[in-house]
Design a protein around this ligand. Structure first.
Ligand SMILES: [Cu+2]
Length: 311
């Protein structure tokens, strides 16, 4: 059974499930090819053999051994496929008890990850290779679905309910997460990455992420955060309107709010917009921006403000 990692048909096999899922897929595939060839060959043969049509006195007959054969063999095969699939499904449903737990919140249109120490990140989850992880997932708005093709696992994320998803990565590198439940016009941008590290790199990442960046100049820091905190999924820097207003030319202008008030866009307004997005909502937009309270340090908020000023 082909299990290589350079298949043009499949994404790489990057979790402990992948090999089994692909093996079952290939089994069903080649079984279907086998029967397709056999049935087509029989049809072609009979068309040729009986091309003269029905002979008087020789009617359709009954053959019990043949009928039992073509009923029982397929029955055994579909039961085997069911048992194989069921075993795989049960394995995917139950996380091992030692799995590290990560809280995941789906929201139009981003994925938020919360680590056991309370640290949060949008659109990026860092894990260690060959260790089990259990994602405890819910949605803040509509139904989303968490899909990692290279892990061969997928689970719906439902508002008001908790669903779980577990995996043990077997390959170092970045794995792509998609939303696979159509959830509105930003659906195709609802992406995230799972970054799988070696144990040494993971330890390094943990260390770097716990100490604050105090050296990068503020506008540059802001530009990085614009990407890493997923602001770009809702705000453009080129004047185009996405889910939220563009950042181009934002600083210094007068902003019209849903209350009818007009406020000047200054540092304080930007700060409040990032930390309490619903305090002042811009006219013509929905209050869908997540709060970044607790996810950005003071210096990071200043970085974003200085970056927006340059646009
Ligand atoms: Cu979605």
């Amino acid at each position: 059974m082909p299990t290589n990692n350079d298949s043009i048909l499949f994404p790489p096999q990057a979790s402990t499930f992948a090999q089994d899922v692909d093996a079952l897929y290939y089994f069903i595939h080649y079984l279907s090819v086998f029967f397709w060839v056999g049935i087509v060959a029989a049809i072609v043969y009979f068309v040729w053999r009986y091309k003269r049509g029905h002979r008087e006195g020789v009617g359709p007959s009954h053959n019990l051994p043949m009928e039992l054969t073509w009923s029982i063999i397929p029955l055994i095969l579909v039961i085997a496929v069911f048992l194989w699939g069921f075993k795989g499904f049960m394995g995917m449903s139950r996380a091992p008890s030692g799995a590290e737990q990560i809280q995941v919140t789906g929201k139009k249109w981003l994925w938020n990850f919360e680590y056991p120490n309370g640290q949060q990140a949008i659109g990026e989850l860092h894990v260690e290779v060959n260790k089990p992880y259990k994602l405890i997932m819910t949605s803040e708005d509509v139904i989303h679905s968490f899909f990692v093709p290279s892990f061969r696992n997928k689970m719906d994320v439902v508002p008001g309910r908790i669903t779980t998803f577990w995996f043990e990565p077997t390959m170092v590198g970045e794995q792509q997460v998609f939303c696979t439940e159509y959830c509105g016009d930003g659906h195709s941008d609802m992406l995230a990455k799972i970054v799988v590290h070696t144990p040494e790199d993971y330890a390094k990442w943990v260390e770097e992420n716990q100490k604050e960046d105090t050296t990068t100049p503020l506008p540059e820091l802001g530009e990085k955060l614009y990407t890493s905190k997923a602001c770009f999924t809702c705000h453009s820097t080129d004047g185009s309107v996405k889910v939220g207003p563009t950042f181009q030319g934002l600083f210094g202008k007068q902003e019209q709010l849903t209350t009818g008030q007009t406020v000047p866009v200054d540092e304080e307004y930007l700060r409040e917009s990032i930390l309490q997005p619903n305090a002042k909502v811009v006219q013509g937009y929905q209050p869908v921006m997540p709060t970044y309270q607790g996810q950005l340090s003071d210096r990071e908020v200043s970085g974003l403000i200085e970056y927006i000023k340059t646009l």
